[in-house]
Design a binder for this molecule. Structure first.
Ligand code: NAD
Ligand code: UD1
Length: 340
């Protein structure tokens, strides 16, 4: 890796961030995590330390607070930033658009200004496959047209545009715009995973709660999509693979010019019905489900062409669907969810 100094990880206590911090520490990196715990719990921090067998610096604070950002950059020699901090629930974003634009857009502007002021121009940003809107075809390549239909998606697209404009205005910026497909699973230890507040919005956390008997059944949103079995198709990706993708991006930043979008997905699509069957194989009993109407805003199918990630980052997903189900179920069963 050509980047020296510490890695600032905003949102490092969250689902993807916590897994990434473990990988960074395992790779010998010095890490500074900034998180305000708006969607994470402090108990994740000792778990990261246990898994990594090493310590890191934690700063509780809001990425929207320029004073906090400046003090982090003053105290530490930050060589690169991995920017996870943000809000991510599509439905909530339509009810609370200002919160989404403040956290996701203003927060990133303040971060970029601070990076510029301190001469740090290396950034790995959490974008999303949502920036492709309803793609005309699959697999999705980075060159496809971009669009967004809700405030969350627009906030990601705006940050991407902001990064492209910034990189065009000033030489030296190296920005990986990582477009994640559907992260699922958990750390194999059972110590880290996703802990959704309230009713889960996303398929896997909901399905795991049904499998555990915490909810009566899964509603499959739509049965008449133009897909092989009529249910929606997505590119599910193990969160540990995704975390490793961030290390690969850091390692490859020196070779990037400007702001470069990169898909992080497996390249394989699975339908909702296939996901139910896969989790049933893992848990060893049937999982109740029934068809319901389509969810507004959902698309039929979405999976990545992961070629660019392989070419530029030397990264590809290696953990299969059974592994995603096994580790997700282990996390669900381990009681870790209840303890956090
Ligand atoms: P998460 O909510 O688990 O993690 C986000 C973390 O950021 C949390 O720990 C939260 O407390 C923190 N945070 C939020 N706003 C903050 C602020 N203003 N200041 C400081 N900390 C703040 O979410 P995640 O699933 O780990 O997602 C991480 C990033 O990846 C997000 O930007 C999300 O939009 C993006 N993303 C996620 C998915 C997904 O399906 N999980 C898909 C595509 C993109
Ligand atoms: C959602 C977000 C998207 C975000 C992505 C990853 C919406 C409209 N879109 O997309 O912006 O980038 O998560 O975080 O929220 N499903 C069911 N029953 C359920 C839940 C989901 O059938 O209870 C189906 C969906 O219709 C879809 C698939 O499962 O076909 C996956 O859903 P989900 O996990 O919410 O991810 P996305 O729809 O890809």
């Amino acid at each position: 890796m050509h980047i020296t100094g510490s890695i600032l990880v905003t949102g490092g206590a969250g689902f993807i961030g916590s897994h990434t911090v473990v990988e960074l520490l395992a790779a010998g990196r010095e890490v500074v995590v900034l998180d305000n715990f708006c969607n994470a719990k402090p108990s994740v921090l000792p778990r990261i330390r246990t898994l990594a067998g090493r310590d890191f610096t934690f700063q509780e604070g809001d990425v929207c607070d320029k004073g906090t950002l400046e003090s982090v950059f003053r105290k530490h020699d930050i060589g690169a930033v991995i920017h996870f901090a943000g809000l991510k629930a599509v439905g909530e974003s339509t009810r609370l658009p200002l919160d989404y634009y403040r956290n996701n857009l203003s927060g990133t502007i303040g971060l970029l200004e601070t990076m510029q002021a301190f001469g740090c121009r290396n950034l790995v940003f959490s974008s999303s496959a949502t920036v492709y809107g309803d793609p005309a075809e699959v697999p999705i390549r980075e060159s496809f047209p971009l669009s967004a239909t809700n405030p969350y998606g627009r906030s990601k697209l705006m940050v991407e545009d902001l990064c492209r404009d910034l990189a065009a205005s000033e030489a030296g910026w190296r920005i990986a715009l990582l477009r994640y497909f559907n992260p699922v699973g958990a750390h194999p230890s059972g110590l880290l995973g996703e802990d959704p507040q309230g009713i889960p919005n996303n398929l896997m956390p909901y399905l795991l709660q049904v499998a555990a008997g915490q909810r009566p059944f899964l509603e499959v949103f739509g049965q008449d999509y133009p897909t092989p079995d009529g249910s929606g198709v997505r590119d599910y990706l193990h969160v540990v693979d995704l975390a490793k993708g961030h290390l690969a991006a850091l390692g490859a930043l020196h070779g990037l010019q400007g702001a470069v979008p990169i898909n992080l997905g497996t390249g394989k699509g699975y339908s909702v019905l296939e996901m139910i069957q896969a989790l049933e194989r893992t848990v060893g009993h049937p999982i109740p489900w029934r068809f319901g109407p389509r969810r507004p805003g959902d698309i039929a199918q979405c999976y990545a062409d992961p070629t660019r990630a392989q070419e530029l980052l030397g990264w590809r997903a290696v953990l299969d669907l059974d592994c995603m189900c096994r580790d997700g179920w282990n996390w669900q069963q381990s009681g870790a969810v209840a303890q956090i």
